[in-house]
Design a protein around this ligand. Sequence first.
Ligand SMILES: [Fe+2]
Length: 394
Amino acid sequence: MSICFDLLSRTFSYRFPTKIVFGIGSISRLTEELKRFKFEKILMVSGPKVSRTEAYSVVRNFVESTGANLAEFTTTDAEPDVPLLNSLASIAREQRPEIVIGVGGGSSMDLSKLASALSVNGKDPISYFKGEPVPIKGPPIITIPTLAGTGSEVTPISVIVENGVKLALVDHNLFPSLALVDPSLSRGAGPEATASAGIDALCHAIESMMSVDSNPVSDALSTHAIELACSYLERAYCNGGDLEARAGISAASVLAGMAFQATGLCLPHGIAYTYAVKRSLPHGSSVSIAEPYVAIFNAPAIPGKISRIARAMGVDTYGLSASDIGLEVAFRILDITQTLSLPQTLEDLGIGEHEIEAMVDDLITNHRRFIIKNPRKPSRDELIDLYTDILEGI
Ligand SMILES: [Fe+2]
């Protein structure tokens, strides 16, 4: 029996063009790495908090040491929306940078990819989120995460919000040329941000493994990402100065990003999108609320995969049925989210039973792509039951 991927009947491809430079202190390699490119103008994209940190100053100093003509774009605190996208497009088209550097968390890095693409593709920015292709590759994108978890440093994906709905743009022309991951840059991140971003990496790895499009490459990446996240996330949360833990969760973020950019994500991310924006919840903690219950729901449909996920999490699966293993995976995730003081149920967010039908409709209407990737296709009634479980908890 195949343990995950059907080797006899399936074909897969895996594409990944980004160079990764990873390590504590590796930011000192930035000047040398920049010399690989021809440039005069650089645009740095970051968030309002990040732009005031020491990590940002360190990056900026290295960029300035090259003598480049430097422009900076700072986003707002809120989730990137259409007005922000339009002002980013105006600046990128006016500046015409030859390199774009995204410094910060997922939003900053997502927007740096858009700045690159929009600087050379002139249509209405939002149209690219609605099926318009991105025909021209923009200037090289360099991602420098200062918070570990989203995986945005290695994916060709950008997410923005339009009228309360999260839209994603996925295009090969958005792949970063270089991801420079120095875990010491995340040392200044507070426990809450560390927890919410870090749990996203664990969820990415689990969902990539569960995805109907997982393959031997992504499974290898996901398995190790799960091991790293389960070993280091709680440590990084409890002691932000623990550099080994910071490096462990940074590596988990990279590996999980490399996995899910190829496989897509499944139900937990789709479910999270139906309440995260309205409740202004950090992305990772909105996903981790749904993750345990989807693991239980999916387990009978993916006996081989759920065993591998469980073993990577340190669960002893000997003699257990797939359903029991799904439960053990759920308990392990709940243990971690409890340690991280993250919300565990929809009730914790103040969401009531009367809101479930509307969230199910939103999921089916606006986020079907996550249902398509899920290994067990839920009926509407099963989704209502699943939301009820997520509302009340185990
Ligand atoms: Fe995510």
